[in-house]
Design a protein around this ligand. Structure first.
Ligand code: AMP
Length: 529
C-alpha cells in the first residue's frame, strides 16, 4: 500500500484504499488533497472551484462513501449534475470507488423511462445522481424523499446556471433536509452561484485549484466542414500533411472508435483504439505504447481518454463533436500543454453545425474555419519530409556501405536519372495522390437569424416584455438580440441570431418536461436574412 500513502494520510480507510488500488489511482489530485480532509471532518460545507478532469468526483465522492451508512432505509445523498452524461459518469465513478460496500447508486435523468426510474427508486437507494428537471419530477410524484439526505452535491453549478436550471436547483435544495452537508463544485463562480451559496450554505470552506491551461492561446482551434462519408479521408489527409503527428482522435461511440482505429491500421498507420470495453491491462499496454510513441495515433471515447496524462500531443481531433460543450473544452485541453503548441481540429457535418455554434457560445472558444488540405499540398509536404530524412542520413554518415554501389550506378547513368529511379523505387506509393479519395466541398455555414415559435401567448398572460424577460432569465439572451416579436392568443414568434436560437432551443427543450418543448423552430420562414 505504500504507493497509496498519500491517500491514507488524508484519512481514508483501508477499505477505500483497496478500491483506489483497484482503480489504479496512485496519489491524490490537488482538489482531492484539499477537499477530502475537510469533508471527512464533516463539520462544514464546501465550495470547490475545479473543472472536469481534475478528479473532483472522487474529491467529494470518497468522503461521502466513507461517511454514509450501509443498509440505510432512506436516500442519504443527492448529487445534482447538469447533463445526463455527467450523471451517468458520476454514478459509474462512485460505483467503482465504493469498493465492497453495499451502497446502491442510481442515476436519474430526463430521457430515460420514468417507470424504470420509479421501480429503482422504490427499492433502497443510497445515492441519487440526477439532473435537476427529472429530480423535480420525482419530488412532485413523491417518488423521491429527500428529507433524510445527509449530503447534497451540486456539481458543475455554473453549467447548471448556463442551462437555466438554477430555479430548479433552488426548489430541490428547499426540499432537502436542513441538517445536511452541502458541497458545491463549479469551474467558474458567477454571482448567481455565490448568491445560492450565501443563501443555502452554512459556514463553508472554499478550495480552489489552479485552472488547468485549457483553451490556452497555445492551442490553435480549427474546424473543417466535411460530410460524414468524407471524415475518414479528411483525417488521413490531416495526419499525412504533418511531419510528426502525435494525436488523440475523439469519437463519440465505442463502435466508431473501433472502426476508425481499425481503418487507420489497415491504411498503415500506427494507431490504437481505447474505450470502456477494453480491459484495464490492455488499456495500460495501449497507453504505454502511445506514451513511448510506438503508436502516434490514439482513437478514444471521452470517458476512456480521461486520466490520460500526456503533455506533448501535437493534435486533438474531434472526429465527431462531443455531446457536451464541457467535453469540448476538456478534449482540446489535452493539447497545447506544458508550453508546447498544439492544434485542435474539429470535423463538422452540416447536421452538426448548430451544435458547433452552441459549443462556441458556451465555451467562448475561438474556433476558425479552414479548408481540408489538398492532395498537392500533402504530397509537397511528404517530399519535404523525405528530403529532410535523406539529409539526416547524410549528416549522420549512415550511408557509407552504399557508396560503392552508388559509384557503379554513376558509371552507367547520370545522377538525376539514378536518383529519380531510386525515389520512384522507394516512395512511389507514398508520393502517389491516388490513395486519396476526392473530398466533397461543402459549406455548412449559415449566418443570419432564425424564426422561433414559442408555445405561449396572450392566453398565458404573455406580453412582449414578459417574453423578453423569460428569454433573458432562462437563456441569458439580451433583449437587443430579439427582433420581430409577435404575440398571438396561444403562441408567439421571435427572430433571433442563429447562435442564440440554438441556446434558446437547447434551454427550452428541458422546459417541456416530457411534453412538447415550449420553443421550436418556426415551420415557415425558417431562416431569414
Ligand atoms: P473527474 O474530474 O472527477 O471527472 O475525474 C477525471 C478522471 O480522472 C476520471 O477518469 C477519474 O477516474 C480520474 N482520477 C480522479 N482522481 C484520480 C487520481 N487521484 N489518480 C488518477 N486518476 C484519477
Amino acid at each position: 500500500m505504500e504507493k497509496l500513502e498519500k491517500f491514507k494520510n488524508l484519512g481514508l480507510s483501508d477499505q477505500t484504499l483497496k478500491a483506489l488500488k483497484k482503480k489504479g489511482f496512485e496519489e491524490p489530485t490537488p482538489i482531492q488533497e484539499k477537499s477530502i480532509p475537510i469533508l471527512l471532518k464533516g463539520e462544514c460545507d464546501l465550495i470547490g472551484q475545479a473543472q472536469t478532469g481534475t478528479g473532483k468526483t472522487a474529491a467529494f465522492g470518497l468522503p461521502i462513501i466513507e461517511q454514509i451508512k450501509e443498509k440505510s432505509k432512506h436516500t442519504q445523498v443527492l448529487i445534482l449534475a447538469p447533463t445526463r452524461e455527467l450523471a451517468i459518469q458520476i454514478s459509474d465513478e462512485l460505483n467503482s470507488l465504493k469498493g465492497s460496500r453495499k451502497l446502491h447508486i442510481v442515476p436519474i435523468y430526463g430521457g430515460q423511462s420514468i417507470d424504470l426510474q420509479l421501480r429503482s427508486l422504490k427499492k433502497r437507494v443510497d445515492i441519487v445522481v440526477g439532473t435537476p428537471g427529472r429530480v423535480i419530477d420525482h419530488i412532485k410524484r413523491k417518488s423521491m424523499n429527500l428529507q433524510g439526505v445527509s449530503h447534497l452535491v451540486l456539481d458543475e453549478a455554473d453549467e447548471m446556471l448556463n442551462m437555466g436550471f438554477l430555479e430548479d436547483v433552488e426548489i430541490i435544495m428547499n426540499a432537502t433536509n436542513k441538517e445536511k452537508i452541502t458541497m458545491l463544485f463549479s469551474a467558474t463562480m458567477p454571482k448567481e452561484i455565490l448568491r445560492i451559496a450565501k443563501k443555502y450554505m452554512k459556514g463553508y470552506e472554499f478550495v480552489a485549484i489552479k485552472k488547468e491551461q485549457l483553451t490556452a492561446n497555445l492551442t490553435d482551434q480549427i474546424y473543417f466542414e466535411v460530410s460524414t462519408g468524407d471524415k475518414f479521408d479528411a483525417l488521413c489527409r490531416i495526419i499525412d500533411i504533418e511531419h510528426d503527428f502525435y494525436g488523440l482522435i475523439f469519437c463519440r461511440t465505442k463502435v466508431d472508435v473501433d472502426k476508425i482505429g481499425r481503418r487507420l491500421v489497415e491504411r498503415g498507420y500506427d494507431a490504437d483504439a481505447l474505450h470502456g470495453d477494453i480491459s484495464q491491462y490492455q488499456r495500460e499496454t495501449i497507453l504505454n505504447k502511445f506514451k513511448r510513441k510506438r503508436t502516434n495515433i490514439l482513437v478514444a471515447t471521452d470517458v476512456a481518454a480521461r486520466g490520460i496524462d500526456i503533455n506533448d500531443l501535437t493534435h486533438v481531433i474531434n472526429f465527431s463533436l462531443p455531446q457536451d460543450p464541457e467535453y469540448y473544452v476538456h478534449r482540446i485541453g489535452r493539447t497545447g500543454r506544458a508550453g508546447k503548441e498544439g492544434t485542435a481540429i474539429t470535423f463538422v457535418t452540416p447536421e452538426e453545425y448548430r451544435k458547433l455554434l452552441f459549443i462556441k457560445k458556451i465555451t467562448k472558444a475561438d474556433i476558425r474555419k479552414e479548408k481540408i488540405p489538398n492532395v498537392k499540398d500533402i504530397i509537397d509536404s511528404k517530399k519535404k519530409r523525405i528530403k529532410t530524412q535523406l539529409k539526416n542520413i547524410i549528416k549522420g554518415d549512415k550511408h557509407g556501405e552504399y557508396i560503392n554501389m552508388a559509384q557503379e550506378l554513376l558509371d552507367e547513368q547520370d545522377p538525376e536519372t539514378i536518383i529519380a529511379a531510386l525515389l520512384k523505387h522507394s516512395y512511389q506509393d507514398e508520393l502517389s495522390g491516388k490513395s486519396y479519395s476526392e473530398i466533397k466541398d461543402i459549406s455548412v455555414d449559415k449566418a443570419g437569424t432564425a424564426r422561433l415559435f414559442v408555445a405561449l401567448g396572450k392566453s398565458d398572460a404573455i406580453t412582449r416584455s414578459k417574453l423578453l424577460k423569460l428569454l433573458e432569465q432562462k437563456a441569458n439572451i439580451e433583449e437587443g438580440k430579439i427582433d420581430d416579436v409577435k404575440i398571438f392568443d396561444n403562441f408567439s414568434f421571435i427572430t433571433v441570431p442563429f447562435e442564440d436560437a440554438e441556446i434558446i432551443l437547447h434551454v427550452f427543450k428541458k422546459e417541456g418536461k416530457g411534453k412538447r418543448p415550449i420553443v421550436v423552430r418556426a415551420k415557415k420562414k425558417k431562416s431569414r436574412k
